[in-house]
Design a protein around this ligand. Structure first.
Ligand SMILES: NC(=O)c1ccc[n+]([C@@H]2O[C@H](COP(=O)([O-])OP(=O)(O)OC[C@H]3O[C@@H](n4cnc5c(N)ncnc54)[C@H](OP(=O)(O)O)[C@@H]3O)[C@@H](O)[C@H]2O)c1
Length: 328
């Protein structure tokens, strides 16, 4: 029987998610890849329980995570049933809907029909009565924002999610969505955008909006799917995301230019006593608007490495300037 580490809350750092009652761990774990039905269950379980033992209380899922789609929620449901059920009230579990999930006109995007049905399916797969956070996964250019936000508000009133959030919304649409929800009496807890040293679009307005509105920000792919680690310095290993079957990081994305930059950043990391992964995570966490980073992992040792980022979150202006020079 699994018994959680007694010292799990001794080293992890937590931060308040915007203006809300929720504290999130600075490092959260995402189950997008490596937790599906095509992965080794025992490895997925070791990572989830290992993360929890280290104070990671937040696990990020979505209807379509796998492969196959849905299977990451099933894996997580099995770990919950077997190991984590007694700890349910220590966990923040999120799911999302918006990407393609089932055939026909209701299986994706932002209709109320899609969101409500999809969350019911997610709850069933995970064996849960409610999720802590439910997101609209991507903006829908055709459905009125009012309908999508009405679906989120409805889900909160049903008690099937305690909090709601949005993901991949640009600054202007995020602001509109937050206000529509507010008018319905529902606070938008959190926004989940991609943010890393290699992808800085959020700095151009989105983080300001979230700060003004008291909405938390949780950054996904903070390691640019592994490009901001030392793993590709000598080619593409066969046991890496770019070397495997994932369609989301193809070998052609591992460019000489990116590797060159990563190697230079690695020198700064060394001077700070960090690995490159740790530098990349501390750099995202340096922004006051960022509540947490959602890392992915293929083995527990990566989670350990990444948590080490929390030992050095301060940057000198010289370090920040040197990083800017490299990223130019
Ligand atoms: N809302 C959205 O639209 C959206 C989109 C994408 C992701 N997300 C969320 O964000 C989470 C994280 O995304 P991500 O997996 O792209 O994040 P990431 O942290 O940028 O990349 C994770 C990958 O980097 C490698 N890695 C991690 N730590 C490492 C270390 N210390 N040393 C060497 N390699 C390391 C591993 O790749 P290898 O497999 O090569 O070992 C790992 O699978 C997802 O699980 C999901 O929850 C959300």
């Amino acid at each position: 029987m699994y018994i959680a580490n007694e010292k799990r809350y001794e080293t992890m750092k937590y931060k308040r998610c915007g203006k809300s009652g929720i504290l999130l761990p600075r490092i959260s774990l995402g189950l997008w890849q490596n937790f599906g039905g095509s992965n080794v269950f025992e490895n997925s379980r070791e990572m989830v329980l290992g993360a929890f033992d280290r104070g990671i209380t937040h696990f990020d899922l979505a209807n379509n995570y796998g492969p196959p789609a849905g299977s990451a929620e099933e894996t997580f449901g099995q770990i919950l049933a077997k190991d984590l059920k007694p700890y349910r009230d220590e966990l923040i579990i999120s799911s999302k809907a918006g990407y393609y999930m089932w055939p026909g006109p209701y299986g994706e995007w932002g209709s109320k029909k899609n969101l409500v049905a999809s969350l019911d399916q997610s709850l069933k797969r995970m064996g849960l009565e409610y999720v802590d956070i439910f997101y609209h996964h991507r903006p829908d250019p055709d459905t009125p924002l009012e309908e999508t936000m009405d679906a989120l508000a409805h889900i909160v009133r049903q008690g099937k999610a305690l909090y709601v959030g949005i993901s991949n919304y640009k600054a202007e649409d995020a602001k509109k969505a937050i206000h529509i929800l507010k008018d319905m009496g529902v606070h938008c807890l959190i926004h989940q955008p991609r943010y890393s040293m290699f992808d800085r679009w959020v700095e151009d307005g989105l983080l300001d909006v979230l700060d003004e509105e008291g909405v938390g920000a949780i950054a996904f792919s903070p390691l640019a799917q592994g490009l901001l680690t030392n793993k590709y310095f000598n080619g593409i290993p066969s046991d890496s995301r770019a070397g495997g079957p994932s369609v989301f990081l193809r070998p052609e994305s591992v460019t000489d230019e990116k590797i060159e930059k990563a190697k230079k950043l690695n020198e700064i990391a060394k001077n700070r006593g960090q690995s490159l992964a740790q530098l990349a995570l501390s750099w995202v966490l340096r922004r006051k608007e960022i509540t947490s980073v959602i890392i992915g992992a293929s083995r527990l040792s990566q989670i350990d490495d990444n948590i080490g980022a929390l030992n050095n979150l301060e940057f000198t202006s010289d370090e920040l300037n040197a990083i800017e020079e490299i990223l130019k």
